[in-house]
Each structure stands twice: as structure tokens, then as C-alpha cells.
Design a protein around this ligand. Structure first.
Ligand SMILES: NC(=O)c1ccc[n+]([C@@H]2O[C@H](COP(=O)([O-])OP(=O)(O)OC[C@H]3O[C@@H](n4cnc5c(N)ncnc54)[C@H](OP(=O)(O)O)[C@@H]3O)[C@@H](O)[C@H]2O)c1
Length: 322
């Protein structure tokens, strides 16, 4: 039975995955890596994890030795920290050739923004498609999640480990785990609005983000973990890259919905969002994100069974952030 190590098990994505993996494969030993010391009971009783290891990203020796020890390693902890993924890969590459490990890395479609500055929809923007290996080969370290995607792809090409990357669009939906994590996207949006005192968008706000419900995306991620444990890999590392997205939503529409909820919660002092120049939309990459279009297509993921069944982020947002 392949052993599975899950980094980021208390997250929006990780907590659902922990449950899904044990439901699909009760006999596969699952280790969860958590820094929160108050969640053990949930992982034992609800997720049915076999082993709980307490630690943080900075425990580099522990991260490396656990990564070496397990057959499948899932990274749902960070898609930004290149040192972390390098350490995971270094540990995994220490395994002998005849028992190669498999890394399943969770990435994000922030990679594929058009770095717009006007906040307007770009009908001629490049649509990044997971079915085109040439698109995936164009991912660079300078992209949003490039600092972890590139080393993962390079490790897959080296071939001492097998790699899969599952790339989530802006992820929404409720957290069913033991910790109240909202997920990276909601955290960014909420923090940014708090700093402004209102919810900003850029220009006319017709630029679009791609979004996906966590309950649509995680079953697919779980399927990739199943494949990692039961099938021989095919194709190149660039072909084992899957983009999960649902609707495209205009930044202005998203901002209107967000402002309503954050105003009701007292997080911002304005009930309506405000248009600002790109330079004032947020710090660094956040401002660029809000001014940009995120155009993606997941034909490869769809062929493998990914489909959208849950409702729009615009309808879900209030419940998620309540
Ligand atoms: N949510 C999105 O929109 C989205 C979209 C695309 C890609 N992703 C990527 O998917 C992955 C999971 O995202 P998520 O939305 O599920 O994030 P999340 O809800 O914020 O969860 C992050 C997880 O990482 C853990 N963590 C963070 N820093 C840690 C550290 N220094 N040491 C130990 N644990 C640490 C958190 O533990 P604690 O509970 O202890 O804080 C939590 O389990 C991330 O790589 C993210 O970039 C997310």
C-alpha cells in the first residue's frame, strides 16, 4: 500500500483532501503534517489519518526526512515558497531508483494572469491550456507560483521522482476542516480590503478572474493521488499538469459581492467597492492580480473527469466568509 504524506492538512484544500484520500483508500497509510496542536482529534476521528506529525515549514530536517519516507507526497501547504519545495524534492530524490516517490503539487492559476494594468477585459488575451505542453513549458519562476512549479517540473523531467501538478483557480467554498482557514485567495482579498478600508477594483473592473469551488476541485486532486498510487506515469512532466477552473468572474462583480459581506462584518467601512488605478490596487503582486485577466482552460483535466457542479463564487461568498 502506498503511504501518503499531506502537507497543509488543516487548509481549505488540504482538510478536504485528507478526508477524500482515506475514504477512497482506507488501507493507504496517511500522514498529516500540521503545526496546529489542537486538531489531532479531528484528524483521528473524522479524517481517519494514521499518523499526525507536528511541525512547520521551517523544520527543514523533518520535512526532508518525511518526504523521503513516503511514497506519495502532497504539497497543499505553499505554492510560493521555493525553498520548501526544493527541500521536499531533495528528500524524495534520496529514495532508491526502484521505489521512486511521487510528488503531487497544488499550484494556482495566478501564474497565468496577463499582467494587465487597466482592469479591462482583454478579448485577445492568451488562454493558457493544460492540454498544450508548450503552454506549461512557458511557466517561469517569476510567475505567481513559478517558484514552486518550475522546480517541480524540473524534478519531473530529471525523473528521479514522478510529479503531478494540479493548478487551482481562485478557490472558494467552505472549510470543512478543524481550523477556520479561508484559503489563500480569500485571505489575500480580505487582507487587501482591510488595508484599504474598502474593496478595490481597477478601471471598469471588467477584467476577469477564473474561479473554482473547492468541492469541485478536491475530488479531482484526490483522483490524481489515486492515480499516483495505482498507475504508471505516462507522458512528460509537462503533460501531468492539470488546470481546474469553473466560471470567469469580472473583478468588479467579485468586488461588489465581497464589499457587501466585508462591510456587514465590519472589516471595511464602505459597502460598495471603489475603482482605483492599478498602482493603488494592492501591494506588489496583489495589485497586479486585481488589474489582470486570468484566462485558462483545463481541457486535459476535463478529459480526466473534472467537472463543475457547485454554484458561483458570487452566490457562495457570503456563506464562506460569514
Ligand atoms: N485558495 C486558493 O484560492 C488557492 C488557489 C490556487 C492555489 N492554492 C494553493 O493551494 C495550497 C493550499 O491553499 P489553501 O487555500 O488550502 O490554503 P490555506 O487554507 O491557507 O491553508 C494553508 C495550509 O498550510 C499550512 N501552513 C501555512 N504555513 C505553514 C507553515 N509555515 N508551517 C506549517 N503549516 C503551514 C496551514 O496551517 P495552519 O492551519 O496551521 O495555518 C494550512 O494547513 C497553497 O499552496 C495555495 O497557494 C490556493
Amino acid at each position: 500500500m502506498p503511504s501518503v504524506l499531506l502537507f497543509g492538512a488543516t487548509g481549505l484544500i488540504g482538510s478536504r483532501l485528507a478526508i477524500d484520500v482515506k475514504k477512497a483508500h482506507p488501507d493507504w497509510p496517511l500522514t498529516v503534517f500540521v503545526r496546529n496542536t489542537k486538531v489531532d482529534e479531528w484528524f483521528e476521528a473524522t479524517a481517519k489519518a494514521d499518523r499526525i506529525v507536528h511541525g512547520s515549514i521551517s523544520d527543514t530536517d523533518l520535512v526532508r526526512s518525511l518526504s523521503k519516507e513516503h511514497d506519495i507526497v502532497v504539497n497543499a501547504i505553499t505554492s510560493f515558497d521555493g525553498d520548501f519545495i526544493a527541500n521536499v524534492i531533495a528528500g524524495m530524490e534520496e529514495r532508491p531508483e526502484d521505489s521512486k516517490g511521487t510528488l503531487v503539487h497544488v499550484s494556482g492559476t495566478g501564474n497565468f494572469i496577463d499582467n494587465g494594468t487597466t482592469g479591462a477585459f482583454n478579448p485577445n488575451g492568451k488562454v493558457w491550456n493544460d492540454d498544450k505542453e508548450e503552454d506549461i513549458r512557458q511557466i517561469t519562476r517569476r510567475m505567481f507560483n513559478g517558484g514552486t512549479d518550475v522546480p517541480t517540473l524540473e524534478a519531473g523531467v530529471r525523473g528521479k521522482i514522478i510529479t503531478y501538478i494540479v493548478c487551482f483557480a481562485v478557490t472558494y467554498g467552505s472549510n470543512i476542516g478543524p481550523a477556520p482557514n479561508l484559503g489563500v485567495a480569500y485571505n489575500i482579498f480580505t487582507h487587501n480590503a482591510k488595508q484599504h478600508g474598502f474593496v478595490p477594483y481597477v478601471g471598469d473592473g471588467t477584467a476577469v478572474a477564473s474561479a473554482v469551488h473547492v468541492a469541485d476541485a478536491v475530488p479531482f486532486l484526490s483522483k490524481i493521488v489515486s492515480i499516483a498510487g495505482t498507475e504508471k506515469p505516462t507522458g512528460s512532466a509537462y503533460s501531468r499538469y492539470y488546470i481546474l477552473h469553473g466560471e470567469r468572474v469580472a473583478w468588479k462583480d467579485l468586488s461588489v459581492a465581497l464589499a457587501k459581506v466585508l462591510y456587514a462584518k465590519g472589516t471595511v467601512s464602505e459597502p460598495e467597492p471603489k475603482s482605483v488605478p492599478a498602482a493603488e490596487a494592492g501591494e506588489g503582486e496583489v495589485g497586479v492580480l486585481i488589474a489582470s485577466n486570468m484566462l485558462v482552460k483545463g481541457d486535459r483535466a476535463a478529459r480526466l473527469g473534472f467537472k463543475v457542479t457547485h454554484r458561483s463564487i458570487l452566490d457562495q461568498l457570503q456563506e464562506d466568509l460569514a
